[in-house]
Each structure stands twice: as structure tokens, then as C-alpha cells.
Design a protein around this ligand. Structure first.
Ligand code: SER
Length: 644
């Protein structure tokens, strides 16, 4: 059977033979992209070239890109989610299009000599249904191309417009809407900021359980007859998406969608998922890349993964995924810390330690797992060997530090429970203290309680936790109330104008131009910011114009109360020195779901730590005018502005 390294190599070779240049994976930490913390897809580093910039290596590129999706941390535990994965990718930068891509993919998936040798009877495909409202037609080309290739193999390939009511209808190729068959970094067409590229896609699926026919799988083991409900995009686990061909040919404009100057192909397929399909085992954690790490974990815990005891399986998956990700992140210099990317490395390691605790692992184990990760990936990612010392020492350090906290917690637990008779309930406020001050998850406390025949009232704990969160929310509302001289209507307008101005100087002058001070009265705003030189007349005009454009766009102004870590991940600007768990208030001008970026016309214009209050819509602010620009001290400039 083909191993994962061989699958990667075959893929790269296959496309190299079709005149693609193999490029190495970019870092997990994007280099020139302030909009995101991590590289989460293969195409991310390719965006400039998809938009038309010329690539020095030509118009056909192929690679295997390391990816990390922090938003999936909590999802890990089922048979297919991982935070780290490798995405095999090939690109046509204005060169070939659908015909070549689809026939190459089919060949790669099914050819046993140079590809994966997958049984074509177990492959399914989806295409874009089209959307008249935005003027994008149905992708009949792709559907017919797949159909022809399947028919050449004597496979009945019915094309079906999928609907919940009618189900699969014995189809093989299905049309779905933009929620499933449209790809852009921002998601569906309606969410794309102006300038963002995207397009219809056609996805490929593997059927792990053809014996189900059109029935539905429950828990990937028992077949349940649910009539029409199961379909290729169902998440019961029967079908797995193994690759996505995006026909990146549009970009969003102010008024809708326009064709890009070139038609591109952006293919991405998860290596782990392709390997699972080749093994015909829906559990991605059974692929060979995890063998070494799994063996170490089995040894350390005395448990066998293959026994599939639910909580044990979940702990294994979390640890395997998280420590592999942590090793790769450290190799790319995301050192465990309390901020930015390092915060996620820390979170991954700490979660692994907690889950290891549940497996009964006492000794330090992170370094041993990392050794295996490095060994497994040494030839594909030699950088791991170069960074081995750093990876091992950072893991050791973090593990020792976090275990000390846990040990203190255990001591505390023993003190609390020393005199408690068997079967009594531990006071919820104590459980909460363990959670809050010692980093104990409820599971850890529960486990210690079980050992001592004590009871944990889970419902009460959750209620307590919620009350506490509500309180700290109210607390941060209070804490952030200040900041303005008064809350008159004019001051509130000036306050929002200050956020627009802050965002505007950052966009026009650069990321260094952060706020250094602010003072607002009902007559004017005063805003100090870091910048060395006097602003030119053009720069003043550009800043003014941008603020006025933001006013004219009548953005909504909304706030959220979220943990500091989340606010930072969402690119909130402004000083905030609190703990990462602390709840803070952030104000967003524009789309609260999007990320602000340097682009002047992004749907999310600004996001800032702030107590408020603000206007609800920027449109009511009036006309913004800079009346003075001067120096305050070395490297700090001051703007005074009014609205009329
Ligand atoms: N950009 C697409 C994805 O990430 C294909 O590479 O799925």
C-alpha cells in the first residue's frame, strides 16, 4: 500500500511531468500577509499570483504546503479533523483550465502506476449550481468532464441537482450551491471583500462505505435507514472530501463580480485525507504518519489506540494532532508565549498535557513524541531537523512549567478534599477555583474526584462558570466606560471619528503609526500617533479622504466582548496589556465577521480595543476635516480634527 510520503512524492512528480515547477512549502507564519496569523491553505501564499502578479517560476506550480487552522482546535477528536495538515496543491496561473485539471486529477486518483490507484466506482464529485443573482453560471463544464471520464470506465455517472428533499437519486456528480462549491479565503461570494479572488469549485469525495447504498451512517458503524438524508457532504463520516479544484476566475468589485484578468486553477487536497482514502480507513489518525508518535504514546500510557475506547481514542487524537502541530509551529518560530501565534503553540501543548493526564501519563512525554514527529518528517521537512534542539527544549520547558501548575492544583485538591467523607460533593466554588487558578479542566477534577469516591456536580459547575463569565463581562463594561470627557452626542461622534482616523493613518502611513494618545471634547478630537516625519499635504489629504470615504460608506459600528486572545486573533488594534483569558470589549467598524486589513475598502474597516460609546453608523458623523498637524515629541505626531 502507498504510504503518505509516497503519495506526496507521486503527486509532485505527476504534476512535474505536466511541466509544473515544484516549490517548497512556505512557513506556517505568513510572511507578508497582515490579515491572518497562520497559513491555513495552500493557496494563501499564492494570492498575489492568482491576482495577476507574475511568478518567477512560471505559470504552473505544484507543492505540498504545511497548514495550520487554529479555529479547528476544539474540533479535534473525531476521525478526520486535525489542526495541522499538509495540503497538496497545484496552480495554473492563467494557463490551463478545467479540461486539463479534471482529467489530470482523475488520472492521478485512479492510475495505480503513477497515481493513487483509487477505485473510480467509489469516487463522487460535486460542482457549482450557479447563482443568477450574482451572474455566475452553473458549472456544467466540470460536471460533464467528470461524467465523460467515469463513463470511459463504464461507470454510470448521473448528474443530479442535489436537494435535501430528493437526496442522492443514485447520482454520482452533484450540483450544490455556493455554501459548498464556491471557494474564496473569505467563504461564500457575499462575504468576500472588494478585491478578493474566488470562484466555483469542483470537489472530489471518497466513499468509505459503499455498502450503505443511499442509507445513512450513524457513528460510522451502524447503518440507519434515514431515507434520503445521506449525501456526499453529509458529516456522518461515510464520505470524505479528498480534494478541491477551484476555478479562480472572479474577483469581487464594488458592484458585484468581475472576471480576473486571467483564469486560474487552484487545487488543494489534504495529504492525510488522501492517505486515508488509499488505506480505505476513515480514521485519518491511522495513517502511517502517526505510527511513530502513536507507538510512543501507547508505550507511555499503556493503552492501545486500536482498542477504540471512546475517551482514550479522543485523548490520543488530541495529543497526536496537537503535538505534531506544536513541533511544526516551533520550527517556524512560533515559540510558546502569551501572545500572537505563540499563544496557540502554548494552548496546543497545554491541551496535550491535560489529555495525557487523562491517559494516566505521569512522566514528561512531549519531547519523546516530538522526536518521532521529527523522524517521521525528516526527509520531507529537513527544517525540523535543523530546529530539533529548539523544538525539544521549548516543549520540555512548557511541559515542566505547566505540570508544576497542575501539581500545585493537585496539592490544593488534596487539601480541599482531605476531610471529606466518601460520596460527598466537592463545593462548586472550590472546583471553580481549581479551574480558574490552577488550569484544571472539569475532566481533571472529575477524575481526581472519582479516585477518591467524591462527587462533582457538573451542572452546578457550568452554571457557576456562566455566572462568573457574565459578571466579568459586566465588569469589563464598567472598566471600559471611561475614556471620554463626556458622553454628549458630539463627543461620541468624535470618538468614532478617532477610530476611523486611527485606522486611516495605519492604512496610509503604515503599521508603525499606532495611537499614542487621544483627547476628545464636544468641539474637536486630538489624536497622537507614532510617526517620524511631518505629514505631507498629500498624506493629510489621503487620510482625510479615507476617513470621509468610511463615513460615506455608512459602516455599522458594533462591539463584542471576547477574551483578549480572541480579540488579538481578530486583529483588534490598540494597547491592551491584560491576561489572555481576560474578557475585553472590542469595537468593529464594518463587518463584525471579517478581519480588518491594510486594504482601504475592506468590509471591516477597523477593530479596536475600546470601552465605547460609539455611534451606531458612521454616516451620521458628518464631514471630517484635519485642522492641524504638528509634532508632540520625537517620533510622535498630533492631529487635530473637527467634523462639520
Ligand atoms: N484554496 C482551496 C482550498 O483551500 C484549494 O486549494 O481548499
Amino acid at each position: 500500500m502507498l504510504g503518505s510520503h509516497e503519495i506526496r512524492a507521486r503527486y509532485l512528480n505527476f504534476f512535474q511531468k505536466e511541466n509544473h515547477v515544484i516549490i517548497p512549502s512556505s512557513s506556517l507564519l505568513p510572511e507578508n500577509d497582515p490579515t491572518t496569523l497562520f497559513t491555513g491553505s495552500g493557496m494563501q501564499p499564492m494570492v498575489p499570483y492568482l491576482l495577476g502578479e507574475s511568478h518567477s517560476l512560471g505559470v504552473r506550480i505544484v507543492d505540498s504546503q504545511k497548514c495550520f487552522r487554529s479555529q479547528d482546535i476544539e474540533e479535534v477528536g473525531d476521525n478526520r479533523h486535525t489542526t495541522f495538515f499538509e495540503m497538496l496543491g497545484n496552480w495554473s496561473l492563467g494557463d490551463y483550465f478545467k479540461t486539463e485539471q479534471i482529467s489530470w486529477m482523475f488520472e492521478f486518483l485512479t492510475n495505480p502506476e503513477i497515481g493513487l490507484g483509487l477505485d473510480a466506482r467509489r469516487l463522487y464529485f460535486t460542482c457549482f449550481r450557479g447563482n443568477q443573482e450574482i451572474g455566475i453560471p452553473q458549472d456544467t463544464d466540470s460536471a460533464e468532464l467528470w461524467q465523460k471520464l467515469l463513463q470511459e470506465k463504464n461507470i454510470d455517472a448521473k448528474i443530479v441537482d442535489w436537494s435535501e428533499r430528493d437526496g442522492m437519486q443514485a447520482g454520482r456528480i452533484f450540483y450544490y450551491d455556493e455554501k459548498k462549491n464556491w471557494w474564496s479565503r473569505a467563504g461564500i461570494p457575499g462575504k468576500m471583500p472588494v478585491g478578493e479572488p474566488g470562484g466555483p469549485d469542483t470537489e472530489m469525495f471518497w466513499d468509505f462505505n459503499p455498502e450503505c447504498g443511499e442509507n445513512h451512517l450513524d457513528g460510522a458503524t451502524d447503518i440507519v435507514k434515514f431515507g434520503n438524508v445521506c449525501h456526499v457532504n453529509c458529516d456522518c463520516g461515510r464520505f470524505l472530501e479528498i480534494g478541491n479544484n477551484v476555478f479562480m476566475q472572479y474577483h469581487r468589485t464594488e458592484s458585484g463580480f468581475e472576471l480576473l484578468p486571467q483564469t486560474n486553477v487552484d487545487f488543494g487536497g489534504g495529504l492525510e485525507r488522501l492517505a486515508a482514502a488509499v488505506r480505505n480507513d476513515a480514521d485519518v489518525f491511522n495513517i502511517d504518519l502517526f505510527d511513530g508518535m502513536k507507538a510512543v504514546l501507547e508505550q507511555a500510557s499503556g493503552q492501545r489506540y486500536a482498542d477504540y475506547v471512546p475517551e482514550i481514542t479522543k485523548s490520543f487524537r488530541v495529543i497526536l494532532d496537537h503535538l505534531r502541530a506544536a513541533a511544526f509551529l516551533i520550527a517556524d518560530n512560533a515559540i510558546p508565549s502569551n501572545k500572537d501565534q505563540g499563544y496557540f503553540t502554548r494552548r496546543l501543548i497545554r491541551r496535550s498535557i491535560r489529555y495525557a493526564h487523562m491517559l494516566g501519563i505521569q512522566k514528561n512525554f512531549c519531547a519523546a513524541i516530538a522526536e518521532e514527529t521529527i523522524k517521521t518528517y525528516a526527509s520531507a521537512y529537513p527544517q525540523l531537523i535543523e530546529q530539533k534542539k529548539l523544538i525539544i527544549s521549548e516543549l520540555e520547558k512548557e511541559e515542566t512549567k505547566f505540570k508544576r501548575t497542575i501539581e500545585h492544583g493537585i496539592k490544593k485538591f488534596n487539601e480541599i478534599t482531605k476531610l471529606m467523607p466518601a460520596n460527598s460533593a466537592i463545593p462548586t466554588e472550590e472546583i471553580f477555583d481549581l479551574y480558574q487558578s490552577y488550569g484544571f479542566s472539569l475532566e481533571i477534577t472529575q477524575e481526581l474526584a472519582t479516585e477518591k469516591n467524591l462527587v462533582v456536580n457538573e451542572t452546578e459547575f457550568r452554571t457557576y462558570l456562566k455566572q462568573h463569565q457574565d459578571q466579568s463581562r459586566a465588569g469589563s463594561e464598567q472598566k471600559f466606560k471611561g475614556g471620554l470627557a463626556d458622553h454628549s452626542e458630539m463627543s461620541v461622534k468624535y470618538h468614532t471619528a478617532t477610530h476611523l482616523l486611527h485606522a486611516a493613518v495605519l492604512k496610509i502611513l503604515g503599521a508603525h503609526a499606532v495611537q499614542k494618545g487621544s483627547n476628545i471634547t464636544p468641539e474637536r478630537l486630538r489624536f497622537d500617533f507614532a510617526h517620524g516625519d511631518k505629514l505631507t499635504a498629500e498624506q493629510i489629504k489621503a487620510v482625510e479622504d479615507l476617513v470621509n470615504a468610511a463615513i460615506a460608506r455608512d459602516y455599522s459600528v458594533t462591539f463584542q466582548i471576547i477574551p483578549v486572545a480572541e480579540a488579538k486573533a481578530k486583529k483588534a488594534i490598540g494597547l491592551f496589556a491584560g491576561k489572555y483569558e481576560e474578557m475585553v470589549k472590542v469595537y468593529t467598524v464594518g463587518d463584525p465577521e471579517g478581519l480588518p486589513d491594510a486594504n482601504s475598502t475592506a468590509p471591516t474597516f477597523s477593530r479596536e480595543f475600546c470601552g465605547g460609546p460609539h455611534v451606531e453608523h458612521t454616516g451620521i458623523i458628518g464631514h471630517f476635516k484635519i485642522v492641524k498637524e504638528e509634532a508632540v515629541s520625537a517620533g510622535v505626531r498630533r492631529i487635530k480634527a473637527i467634523v462639520e
